[in-house]
Design a protein around this ligand. Sequence first.
Ligand SMILES: Nc1ncnc2c1ncn2[C@@H]1O[C@H](COP(=O)(O)OP(=O)(O)OP(=O)(O)O)[C@@H](O)[C@H]1O
Ligand SMILES: [Mg+2]
Length: 433
Amino acid sequence: MVTMKTNATEPPTRTHIKGSRSHSLHDNQHHHNRDHHIHPETTILVVLVPIVIVILLLAISLVVAFLRRAKSPKPNGTAANGNKSCMFNAHSIISFNGTTDMKRCIYGGRPPSATSKGIQVFTYKELQSATDNFNQTNLVTKGGFGYVYRGLLRDGTPSVIKMLHREGKQGERAFRSEVDLLSRLHCPYLVDLLGYCADNQHKLLVFEYMPNGTLYDRLHPCDGRPQLLSWGIRMRIALDCARALEFLHEHTTPSVIHRDFKSTNILLNENFRGKVSDFGLAKIGSYKLNGMISTRVLGTTGYLAPEYASTGKLTTKSDVYSYGVVLLELLTGRVPIDTNRPPGEHVLVSWALPRLTNRAAVVEMVDPNLHGQFSRKDLIQVAAIAAMCVQSAADYRPLMTDVVQSLIPIVHSISFGCSTSSFRFSKRISPRS
Ligand SMILES: Nc1ncnc2c1ncn2[C@@H]1O[C@H](COP(=O)(O)OP(=O)(O)OP(=O)(O)O)[C@@H](O)[C@H]1O
Ligand SMILES: [Mg+2]
């Protein structure tokens, strides 16, 4: 059958067959003329039957191929028709745990929507006019990447524009990492990269504007402003961030390790929903020991997993540790390292760890700004999650999927008021809990 198909489709072979066929007809003619044994109908049949068989076989194989294609699962979104040089693909959608939000996380393309624009390439001039020529009044601060400006894009979109200040390879690498990863990672729990500018020596990143700033600033206000984040909102932020890391670790192939997960890299939108930012240090890796990568230790003191800090061996479990530290910040309102506290309380993890599994002590360690407005049952559960995340044995730290699954019922059982500052914690029976 294969030979017949090949012969029927390959022009040189076909020519050859034609030639030999006419030759054989010619011979047959002679033979016929000589012996008068074969009728012309027989000759026609001899020629036609193989042709019909070939056509039939071709038709059958086409139908089979079509049916197979129709049965096989469709590749994910744009990964099917997208860029072949793309390093990553989304895991199959079945691994998402049913929430529509998570299903919207698509690595390699976002579902079509009215707001979907993709990453834009800006000229330096465009960003100059978006920031009023990088006016001091639009300067937010100087962060680790460089100067951060508020900007208004030409279409009226408020944005944050980060101008790379670091010289040398490290800054360049951070810029490339942000662009490479964020142009392919699309998830509602990650701060959107709207675009970038790479005009000669100018390197700028343009992000969606997050009006409520960083989680760090909200939890540890330096100007002594009253605490704004209620227990319910803290738990929802904890879940948002857990989902972001779950997406990076478990719903992308290969996994992405954020490597700088901390409360200054968690930004809050107008509804105080958390989104993770800053992929300048991100690495491709795995949670398995045999999938770990050795790298230079980068990140922020107080958030670094001990095995990573001491050996440079990086896995997704290093992010899980950092996540545990942020969870402790949310529970206690303390910063990860505070040398102003009494001896023994400088390092948040060391101070909190023995208390987390002690029911009486755990209540005492809760942020006093919460004024006791939290559920004890939920607190004990969240403390247990934090304890698992910050344990020194990386292998025993949970997967982010486990963290997400543990937090979902807690968040679903909380009723959220409209106002964030005057939010009063209350519980209701949730149909899903
Ligand atoms: N998308 C954004 N929307 C609103 N404010 C932002 C946004 N991105 C950054 N900022 C503000 O800019 C500040 C600096 O951010 P940047 O990421 O450059 O540095 P950092 O997070 O403080 O430090 P690091 O470099 O260690 O991450 C943040 O603390 C925040 O106040
Ligand atoms: Mg940052």
